[in-house]
Structure formats: C-alpha cells, structure tokens
Design a protein around this ligand. Structure first.
Ligand code: NDP
Ligand code: BG6
Length: 486
C-alpha cells in the first residue's frame, strides 16, 4: 500500500513502474494496491487517476492488460496523523488479503513528507496493520530524505526500529536503481583486468560528477532547506563512492555487499575543521539573460545562503585507497544534465617514448569513464601509436555505448527497486549504518560552512560551477576530466 498515494511521486513514477512489472509478468493475479491520502475519493475515481498516470508516462491504456492491472487498485481516504483512523485501512487490507489470497504479505510504501515517517511506522504496528502471519512478510519502504543530519536521522531510525527490523526497512536511493550504477559491481568484480588495478598503486584519482542543467523548479521550498550537500552528496554521491571504494564482497548478497560498503564508509576520513574548509567548496548560481539567480527563484528567500553546488575531495584511510583522492561535484543550473565517473590511472612510471630527439607528446593518463546518464556505457582511454612514420603516441578511446534499442528496454530505477522490495532483496537500498556514516561525514562539512557567510552567488548558469571547484583540484596538480567544451 502507498501512503501519499495521490502525490506527485506515486503518479509520475510508482504506478507506471508497477505497470511495467505487471506487463513483464512480475506481478500477476495475487496482488492489490491501496492508495491513501486525505482527500475523499472512491475506488473508481482513483483508478481513473492511475489510468491517467499510466497514459501520461506513455502507456497504451485502452487495453485489457491495463484494465486488468488497474482493477487491482483501491483507495481509502485516511489522515496519517489520526491514530484511530488506521482502523479503516486495516479493514480494507484484511478484506483484500482474503480476496487476492495474499497470505498476509504486506509492503508499506511511505511516499510522503518525511515528518510523517516515524508516526506512520509506529501506527502500522500499534494499530495492527502489520500482518501477524509468521510466514508472511511486512516491509517498509522509505522515501528520501532520511533525516537532515545524523541526529534527526538517528531519531527517525529509532522510531522505525520500534516497529520494523532493519531487514524489513528499504530506504530508497533511486541512484542505486540506475543501470550503470549497478554495473559498477559487474565492471569491478567481473573483470580481472579492472579489479587487479583497482587500487592506489594504479589509480591516481577518481572523479564523480552529477551535473544538472535545471534549477530548483517547483521544489524550491524543499530545496532551500536542504541544499546540494544534503540533497545529493549525503545520499547519491556517498552511495556511488562506497560502491567504487568497497572491497570485494564474500558473495553477491545484500548482506555481504552492504557489509563491504559500510567498511569502506568507516574508513572515509571525517575532516577536522581546517580540512573540511579546504577540501569542500560550495556555490550558488547567479543570473544570466532571462534566468534569475537562485535567490530570485520562486519560493526562495532573497538572502538565501543555500548552496546549489558542491565540490569536494574525499580521502579513505585504508590500504586500498590511501593517497588516492575521490573528487566529487554536483550542482543545479550547470552546463548539462549528466552523471559520470572518471577513473584516472597513474601515468607509466617511465615514458620511454620521450627520448631527447622525440617529438612525442607525453603519455596521457589512462582514463576509464563510466557513463551513467543520459547515455549508458564505458569508455577506456589508452595510448597508441599514431598512424604515421616516426614514433609518436596519441590517446585513443575504446567506447561501449548501450544502443538506443537496448536503452528503451532498460527498466526505470523505481521499477527495479519495487521489484527488489517484492523479492526482499536489500542490495540496492541504503542500510542504516551506511546512512549514519554518510551523515557523520556530511555534518562536519555543514558545521564548518555554517560558521561562515558564503559569498554568493558565485557561478554563472550553464557553467561547471564556481572557480573554487577548479582550484580545489588544480591545487593537487590535477584536472577535472569532464570540462566544458571538452
Ligand atoms: P506530494 O506533496 O506530491 O504528495 C504528498 C502526498 O501525501 C499526497 O498524496 C498528500 O495527499 C499526502 N498527504 C499529505 N499529508 C497527509 C496526511 N496528513 N495524511 C495522509 N496523507 C497525506 O509529495 P511527493 O509525491 O513529491 O513526495 C513524496 C515523497 O517522495 C517525499 O518524501 C519526497 O521527498 C520523495 N521524493 C519525491 C520525488 C518526486 O519526484 N516527487 C523525488 C524523490 C523523492 P493529501 O494532501 O490529499 O492528503
Ligand atoms: C533527487 C534530488 O534525489 O535527485 C533532486 O532531490 C535531483 O534535487 C534528483 O534533481 C536527480 O535525479 P536524477 O535521476 O534526475 O539524476
């Protein structure tokens, strides 16, 4: 069942994803979907809204398949803040359980504002909505954000833990549902060539870029209370970094993978005040032509100090990564919308082609790029001889890009994640220890930033962020691999 069943996320992402699962046979007959929210509506009106959400996402809805799927949807008006009111939902769940022979298996998806998460979890238990069949499952899916710092996240987690065990809680991070993020493990642990070089002896630095072209759009009131550090770094970037940094899991199971991610995050250096101030920089976009600066966007206070850009350097104090920094950056209103990871290898220790009479340019670093979006694929930059007399080298690229046909078949993140919840597979969800280490790291940056008034705005829309982001990496005699006009 979906709390917040009439919300933007449910209509735009969750119901179309469920329909994809149905079309592919992952949901057949033994299921019912209940949507709740405060507004009054009957089942038929709700089904009409679900039908529209499927149509809006490009599905053919005048079909028996769509009609059958939608017939499994039910609606119950319900206010989550009214404990006594849970009884009506319980009645409906019990009735549908019998009708569809669900044997007590229940998934509660909290697609609501985060302040309600704790209350709902508590009332689900106290008001008897969780199935008491000991062979059945009760699973809780939590949308982001999971807290706004370590203390609030811990408070929320403590509240959830009163009703649900850790293995029943599925904390959504939709980046973990993306094809190429999941491919990091295949690339690393499926290839001797890659994994044997995946350490500080061969890798000079790793760069993670999550770049967004749009501004805050209609989410300004949420975003202004969050900022890029909390909105993107604490969750998506930390998850990607932990997949890149972790050791090989004993087996490909959620428990083993999460254990390795947690170990990696535990060895991430939490900065002291001075290091936090030097290793992380922030930005806020200014104006250009018709584009107002961030402070003049709708619902943003015109003295806002919220950052719309972050770049930082992460250091792991462990045997594999000591001395190899991970540079990360993300922001709104940047040059383009894309996500990529650039793994920059060390140059050969000796360049034998650079003898005195040679006109050869110095050997370039090998770079392995993982293109996450908008195009999925990999690229490996190597040095090769130019097709010429004499002996010069030049960088060449081996590219693999997923073709358009295959891309169309790629499941949406929410489709994969809903499927995983149904299977009870927690691999692509954030465990509490991961979330807590990520907050502890991010809180320290936030604490230092809160001591100083930033000089905003400091970057031009459609650029790659403020000059400070360039200085951050140039100080280490390195460069961002993705550059504008590159
Ligand atoms: P919306 O504001 O669009 O929807 C909120 C839903 O909660 C509505 O169905 C609303 O219906 C219901 N609701 C609000 N108050 C109550 C109440 N007291 N009792 C019962 N129902 C209530 O939010 P979104 O769908 O955008 O977001 C939902 C969650 O997903 C949030 O945690 C958000 O951070 C997260 N998220 C959303 C994304 C998106 O793209 N939308 C992206 C990533 C995460 P009503 O007012 O009629 O009660
Ligand atoms: C969300 C953030 O988690 O991720 C948004 O709250 C951001 O601010 C979005 O725009 C980016 O996701 P994607 O999948 O479009 O890269």
């Amino acid at each position: 069942m979906f709390f917040g069943g009439t919300g933007d996320l449910a209509y735009r992402k969750l119901y179309p994803s469920l329909f994809n699962l149905y079309r592919k046979g992952n949901l057949r007959t033994h299921f019912a979907v209940v949507g709740t929210s405060r507004q009054a509506m009957d089942h038929e009106k709700f089904r009409a809204a679900v039908k529209k959400s499927l149509a809006d996402s490009g599905n053919r809805v005048e079909s028996k398949e769509a009609t059958d799927f939608i017939s499994h949807f039910y609606y119950q008006a319900h206010d989550v803040t009214d404990t006594a009111h849970y009884a009506v939902v319980k009645d409906l769940l019990d009735k549908l359980d019998k009708k569809y022979k669900l044997q007590g298996n229940r998934i509660f998806y909290l697609s609501m504002a985060p302040q309600f998460f704790g209350t709902i979890a508590q009332d689900l238990k106290t008001q008897g909505l969780m199935s008491d069949n000991k062979d059945a499952f009760n699973r809780l899916v939590i949308e982001k954000p999971f807290g706004r710092d370590y203390d609030s996240a811990k408070q929320l987690n403590d509240a959830l833990s009163k009703s649900f065990e850790e293995d029943q809680i599925f904390r959504i991070d939709h980046y973990l549902g993306k094809e190429m993020i999941q491919n990091i493990e295949a690339l690393r642990f499926g290839n001797t060539l890659v994994e044997s070089l995946w350490n500080n002896r061969y890798i000079d630095n790793i760069q993670v870029t999550l770049s967004e072209k749009l501004g805050v759009e209609e989410r300004a009131s949420y975003y202004d209370n969050s900022g890029a550090l909390r909105d993107m770094v604490q969750n998506h970037i930390m998850q990607i970094v932990s997949l890149l940094a972790m050791e090989q899991p004993v087996a490909f199971t959620d428990t083993d993978i999460r254990a390795e991610k947690v170990k990696a995050l535990r060895s991430l250096r939490v900065y002291n005040v001075a290091d936090a101030a030097t290793n992380f920089v922030r930005g806020q976009y200014g104006s250009i032509n018709d584009q107002p600066d961030y402070r003049h966007e709708d619902n943003v206070p015109n003295d806002s100090t919220t950052e719309t850009f972050v770049a930082g350097k992460l250091l792991f104090d462990n045997y594999r990564w000591s001395g190899t920094p991970f540079y990360v950056r993300t922001g709104k209103m940047l040059a383009d919308k894309f996500t990529r990871v650039d793994v920059v290898f060390k140059r050969p220790l000796v360049d034998i082609f650079a003898f005195p009479q040679s006109q050869s340019t110095p050997l370039a670093a090998n770079v392995l790029t993982i293109f996450v979006e908008p195009h999925a694929g990999f690229s490996l930059q190597l040095n090769a001889k130019t097709n010429d007399t004499g002996f010069q080298t030049e960088p060449i690229k081996l590219d693999y890009l997923v073709d358009a046909e295959k891309s169309k078949e790629t499941p949406e993140p929410y489709e994969r994640l809903l499927h995983d919840v149904m299977k009870g597979d927690g691999t692509n969800f954030s465990s509490w220890p991961e979330v807590s280490y990520a907050w502890k790291f991010v809180d320290q940056i936030r604490r230092v930033w809160d001591l100083q008034e930033p000089n905003f705005p400091n970057y031009t829309p459609h650029s790659m962020g403020p000059a400070a982001a360039e200085e951050l990496i140039q100080r280490d005699h390195r460069e961002w691999i993705y550059r504008l006009n590159h």
